[in-house]
Design a protein around this ligand. Sequence first.
Ligand code: ADP
Length: 164
Amino acid sequence: MGNYVIYPGSFDPFTKGHLNIIDRVVKVFDEVIVAVAHNVAKETTFTLQERLEILKEIFRNRPEVKIDCFEGLLVDYVKKAGTNTVLRGMRTVSDFEYELQMALANKTLFKELETVFMVTDSAYAHISSSLIKQIISLSGSVKEMVPEVVETRLKKKLLKKRES
Ligand code: ADP
């Protein structure tokens, strides 16, 4: 393995904003590990298993993008993975406030940890997982904002929910 970076997140769901960050970061690092956070206390639209399946499908022909998951503290996962570099995306000032706090907290927990920030491409600056869920729940199209597999799976979920 060359130099690699861990990209942690909920990815609930994975969006074209996330994809853009990954497409760009592999030009800087040899590999990226997309690490899906499993937070039992947080209710998610897609289960951990579903989020992993979706990511594996999207990146099935991309050996430079590895898919993994973690539970508990990010710093513990990062240490176990044998690296000290974490990637986060940045869209807005509110992202900055939150991300700065997280980066500083993580550094307090693990001194060697480095958080690398990649600024969103302006075409994706408005895209967030929560916005996607809102649009889908109101029967809107999210075609432009998520990969096809995510759109298909979201629609299925919604249909199931309405039937139950
Ligand atoms: P989390 O719950 O950990 O914030 P998310 O899946 O919402 O997980 O986001 C993971 C990372 O991707 C975060 O650093 C977030 O700022 C970034 N991100 C989310 N959407 C975009 C986007 N449209 N453009 C760039 N970065 C993004």
